[in-house]
Design a protein around this ligand. Structure first.
Ligand code: GLN
Length: 304
């Protein structure tokens, strides 16, 4: 039997002692204020056992991790039609890269880079009555937790400085791959990124993807085949131009955000979330990547 708590404690102790914890994202002013010394890990097994260490109950900005949840809501709403507007290939480029989008005629490489997520936001706006309220209640349902909120300061901070996202949205619009007004789509996109959760809440929220589409309250949110597809997209596209490295070192489907969070899972076995706000050069949590590599190495639990 693996002693998960002891394994997490050891990974945590090694992490907090690390000299180089990466750099906190500064291009979103609100994120620049987060203390780099935060570090938390939370694990939940398929049997519902939970293990946590460090700052696993502190709120942080989930940022691009929300792209997976937006995709799953869009899949539940319109199914395969999504793929007429977004592809499923790894981009091999940073999350906010633009020239590939123009070369490929406004069809984003995948739904987990910014341009792809902006198209998914557009799909959600066209298919939800009250997009912001409905999306938040979807996430609360997945987590079984009514306390989850948008951080409006973070959303406004991004609105004021998200020039590359505006550029991507206008490019998409020029290729007729946005149906709603740019301002409306980006307002919704920035709110999604500004959702705050703890490692513990994210672990619960993502449980449905490790559980064939059924959330912790046993409600079906996706078909089994849809959950499988989202996991495949996370494996190949969840870490931008570091997706190969994550598969190579960690071997799990997962998703990172510039807030320093990473969620990863092994279908039918567990979900794990790490948070450490210092990022590496590719925009992924430096300690989070190392912690997950250590976790799958020590436990020998990966998809490979
Ligand atoms: N990689 C990320 O987490 C990026 C999300 C961020 N909100 C942005 O749009 O730039």
């Amino acid at each position: 039997m693996l002693d998960f708590q002891a394994i997490l404690n050891a990974i945590y102790n090694k992490g907090i002692a690390a000299k180089n914890k990466g750099t906190v994202a500064t291009y979103i002013p609100e994120l620049a204020e987060v203390d780099i010394n935060n570090f938390g890990i939370h694990l939940r097994t398929a049997q519902g056992e939970e293990f946590g260490v460090g700052d696993d109950n502190k709120l942080f900005s989930i940022q691009s991790i929300s792209k997976v949840l937006a995709l799953s809501k869009a899949m539940a709403l319109i199914g395969e039609d999504i793929w007429k507007r977004v592809d499923v290939e790894p981009s091999g480029d940073p999350f906010n890269h633009l020239s590939q989008l123009e070369l490929e005629n406004g069809i984003p490489r995948n739904p987990l880079i910014n341009s792809g997520a902006i198209v998914i936001s557009d799909i959600l706006i066209s298919n939800l009555k009250n997009p912001k309220e409905d999306f938040l209640s979807y996430i609360r349902d997945l987590a079984g937790d009514e306390s989850i909120q948008y951080n409006l300061d973070v959303a406004n901070s991004e609105k004021a400085t998200g020039f590359k996202n505006y550029a991507a949205a206008y490019l998409l619009k020029s290729f007729k791959n946005l149906q709603n007004p740019v301002e409306e789509v980006l307002d919704f996109y920035f709110h999604q990124c500004a959702i705050e959760m703890t490692c513990s809440q994210l672990t619960k929220t993502f449980f449905f993807l490790s559980n064939q589409g059924k959330c912790i309250l046993n409600k079906v949110h996706l078909r089994k085949s849809q959950a499988k597809r989202i996991n495949a997209i996370m494996l190949t596209c969840g870490f931008y131009d570091e997706a190969g490295e994550f598969a190579f070192e960690v071997g799990l489907p997962g998703k990172s955000g510039v807030g320093g969070g990473i969620v990863a899972l092994l279908p039918d076995q567990f979900v794990i979330t790490c948070w450490s706000p210092g990022l590496n050069a590719k925009g992924n949590s430096k300690l989070g990547m190392l912690a997950l590599e250590e976790f799958t190495t020590q436990t020998k639990l990966s998809i490979f």
